[in-house]
Write a protein that binds this ligand. Structure first.
Ligand code: FES
Length: 64
């Protein structure tokens, strides 16, 4: 699903950036992806995806 229409960024791309580069917030994500700096409508959804991905990763690490 597209999260940022201005730059064509999907939720999968955000998750990948969080997992691969350890981006924990929007500022860190912007170092890897161009997102959220045009109209800003995607910022809240982007932060939710970052948070959910971090929680998922934490659960995975606990199991291992
Ligand atoms: S939808 Fe992301 S900056 Fe506009």
């Amino acid at each position: 699903m597209y999260v940022c229409m201005c730059y064509g960024v999907t939720d999968k791309a955000i998750k990948k950036a969080v997992e691969a580069h350890g981006a924990g917030n929007l500022r860190e994500l912007r170092e890897v992806l161009e997102i959220g700096s045009q109209c800003g409508k995607c910022i809240s959804m982007t932060q939710q995806i970052i948070d959910a991905t971090i929680v998922d990763e934490s659960l995975f690490k606990e199991v291992c």
